[in-house]
Design a protein around this ligand. Structure first.
Ligand code: ZN
Length: 107
């Protein structure tokens, strides 16, 4: 008898993607230690010029996922020329992250 995987099991199986396609742009995703993340002291950073997202390797899975989405919003903001502030990026990313987490069947 086959059992459907629980959300917990699916979450355990999650791995940081190596690349993402964001609005047609291929973006590399890498885990980095604190040292190389020179641009900020944040959990991650979006390198818009080199099409790379860097996520801190010390983060728990939940924080890594939220940070990844935050950096994706930075790419969307940049590519569409929205001119979002850091607070707007953070708010949209947090809201999207929670909506996606709280609605398993959304995607
Ligand atoms: Zn940011």
């Amino acid at each position: 008898m086959a059992f459907k995987k629980s959300v917990g099991e699916m979450r355990k199986a999650w791995k940081l993607p190596k690349t993402l396609r964001i609005l047609g742009r291929d973006v590399a995703v890498s885990l980095v230690a604190k040292g190389p993340m020179v641009a900020s002291q944040e959990y991650g950073e979006a390198d818009l010029d080199d099409s790379e997202i860097r996520i801190g390797d010390w983060l728990c899975e939940s924080r890594a996922r939220a940070t990844l989405l935050h950096e994706v919003v930075h790419f969307i903001d940049d590519d569409l020329g929205l001119g979002m502030s850091e607070e707007q990026v953070a708010g949209v990313a947090q809201g999207l992250f929670q909506a996606l987490r709280d609605n398993e069947r959304f995607i």
